[in-house]
Write a protein that binds this ligand. Sequence first.
Ligand SMILES: Nc1nc2c(c(=O)[nH]1)N[C@@H](CN(C=O)c1ccc(C(=O)N[C@@H](CCC(=O)O)C(=O)O)cc1)CN2
Length: 284
Amino acid sequence: MTAQILDGNALAQELRESFQSRVAVLTAKGHRPGLVVILVGEDPASQVYVRNKVNACEKVGLYSEKITYDKDVNPQVVLDKIAELNADPKVHGILVQLPLPKHFDEEAVLEAISAEKDVDGFHAENVGALAQGNPRFIPCTPYGVMKMFEKGGVDLTGKEAVVVGRSNIVGKPMGLLLTNAGATVTICHSKTKDLLFHTSRADIVVAAVGRPRMITGDMIKPGAVVIDVGINRLPDGKLCGDVDFDSCKEVASLITPVPGGVGPMTITMLLANTIEAAERKAAQ
Ligand SMILES: Nc1nc2c(c(=O)[nH]1)N[C@@H](CN(C=O)c1ccc(C(=O)N[C@@H](CCC(=O)O)C(=O)O)cc1)CN2
């Protein structure tokens, strides 16, 4: 069996085109969606992601702004800026690019963002709403994965889903979304005793662990759906995922590539959340 490849670039493009009319309606009513992205430090990957976020906003017609701080900035300066942005009516979404430098209390920064403007979906109120099955803002990467299931015609009801990785950004919200969609979910992580036992009986495997090509074809069930959330930079500069694409594509029924899979969907769903935030504000 050779898997069907789910093209994240194509789906991202399709969705972004569909956003333009919503942005036009909001803008005509004086509620042009606005996103502010805060970047602390000079991490090269974060710089690329932030630039791509701002460019994506511009292409779809959103107002966007990037605010950068030196890596040694006093965290209070960032907290003060967030307080100012929380009160700014032209800003519908606020995002702090992660990871933050070590001297930051990441949780305190994320909690400082107003839940109504938390387009990353990382605020405790939004995490709680998702856990209750009544999501307000869904974290962008798992949200993108759900859109990919939809596009691929994957019915999640009653399926055995294994998420490898328990991060707050991907693994945990992914587990909640799959649970809400009716899948039976197992979250595996570094302390899991027998990873192979879990992956090899799963109908759906989502790899979000940050280890290059660790999920190999012999670890998955024939016909499984394999979603690769990993983005690992190899010593030769090339990107690869957490899934060994070449061996897994011979076993899976549906698979996402890296690059060009989940990554572009992350930024697309950030646009979706920002537009949604502006629509809610306009409706008030
Ligand atoms: N505040 C946040 N910080 C981080 C998040 C997040 O959702 N919110 N996620 C990741 C990084 N990320 C977005 O910020 C992100 C990662 C990858 C991509 C992407 O498009 N990847 C491309 C390859 C890009 C490249 O060449 O490097 C792909 O997979 O095709 C977009 C966004 C951590 N921080």
